[in-house]
Design a binder for this molecule. Structure first.
Ligand code: SF4
Length: 344
């Protein structure tokens, strides 16, 4: 095991393993207070026309169920110049989509003394890479999506109207015991504001079911909230107790069967909502980023701005093209998660 602050740490670790022909596990965690960048060692990987770009590592929040701050340590933001340098390299490589990631992207820059540093970073990044048409934000923290960020999304078409806000629950009591923001009305207000300013906004969220303090009533509250909010994409996880987290003291009283039944119930509920939303896309023309080509059947597989890589849906379209191209596609049919279309 090794830390994530410096990719080059893998070299001495491999050296140690080679020298000692270890058969047991090896830990290598040198103390780094910053993320170390090496100009010859890119901090990104490219898949087709898409890439993730990490802007920070670690987390300052204290969600009671989460082991990440204990594993990764507190927030360490990357230097803006290093991020822009990576973005330029991605543009040079022909990447069409950058997915901005961190444990919490809205916290970018706090450790560097910046307040609401994410919009500043995005302004510079968008201007530095004018040929990258899709910049997507993943993992935003409830309560920290600023008006400035919403305004920037409204005025910058390349900053996709897509937000991933993991809400985890809708019952304020459960959220309090999770040590998460519990002002559910903030979510209602902010989503309403965003939907007014960004008519094409796509919202993704995730929920945890079976948290120790979740009652039948709080689960019902969560179901009502999902119906009320009409999210585009919802992921549901069953609670899993992590040792060493604050939530460990609550034990794990809800059975695995009940957790799974609740998960299934929410997924079925959301499937109906997603289906209705996808049906409304039929007949529309959207840009699709090609991720796969089936030449034999004349079919392309890709995603529109509405779908983040790996976690959301796909488009299966008749036509020709190459991986990494952005092509206009008319949507001809829709299922719960995936769409069908025709390349124009
Ligand atoms: S759930 Fe996310 S925001 Fe909360 S502590 Fe874990 S990494 Fe940080």
């Amino acid at each position: 095991m090794m830390g994530t602050r410096d990719l080059a740490d893998i070299l001495p670790l491999i050296q140690t393993l080679t020298e000692h022909t270890h058969t047991h596990s090896e830990m290598y965690f040198p103390e780094h207070t910053q993320i170390i960048n090496h100009p010859d060692l890119p901090g990104y990987t490219i898949q087709g026309g898409s890439s993730y770009l990490k802007i920070a590592d670690g987390c300052r929040r204290s969600c009671a169920f989460c082991a990440i701050p204990g594993i990764k340590g507190t927030l360490v933001s990357r230097d803006k110049g290093d991020i822009i340098r990576d973005a330029l390299a991605l543009q040079q490589a022909g990447v069409q989509e950058i997915n901005i990631i961190a444990q919490d992207v809205t916290d970018y820059g706090q450790d560097l003394g910046q307040h609401d540093g994410l919009p500043d970073l995005l302004v510079e990044l968008l201007s530095a890479v004018p040929h990258i048409p899709w910049v997507r934000l993943l993992y935003t923290f409830p309560g920290y999506i600023s008006d400035r960020l919403i305004g920037l999304m409204a005025e910058s078409p390349r900053l996709l109207p897509y937000l991933d806000i993991p809400l985890q629950h809708a019952d304020p009591k459960v959220l309090q015991s999770m040590h998460r923001p519990s002002d559910v009305d903030w979510v209602r207000r902010t989503v309403a504001k965003m939907r007014t300013k960004l008519p094409d906004l796509v919202l993704r969220t995730t929920f945890i079911v079976g948290y120790p303090t979740e009652t039948k009533e709080s689960f019902q509250m969560l179901k009502d909230f999902i119906v009320e909010m009409q999210f585009d994409h919802v992921g549901v996880f069953t609670y899993s107790m992590e040792s060493g987290t604050p939530a460990e003291s609550l034990s794990d009283p809800i059975s695995a069967e009940v957790k799974e039944a609740r998960r299934q119930e929410l997924m079925t509920l959301q499937a109906g909502i997603s289906y209705q939303k996808n049906q409304k896309l039929c007949g529309k023309v959207l840009s699709m980023l090609v991720e796969g080509v089936d030449r034999k059947n004349g079919v392309l597989i890709g995603r529109t701005y509405r779908d983040a890589p790996e976690i959301d849906g796909l488009v299966i379209a008749e036509g020709t093209g190459e991986v990494g191209e952005l092509l206009p596609v008319r949507i001809t049919a829709a299922m719960q998660h995936d769409l069908f279309g025709q390349v124009l």
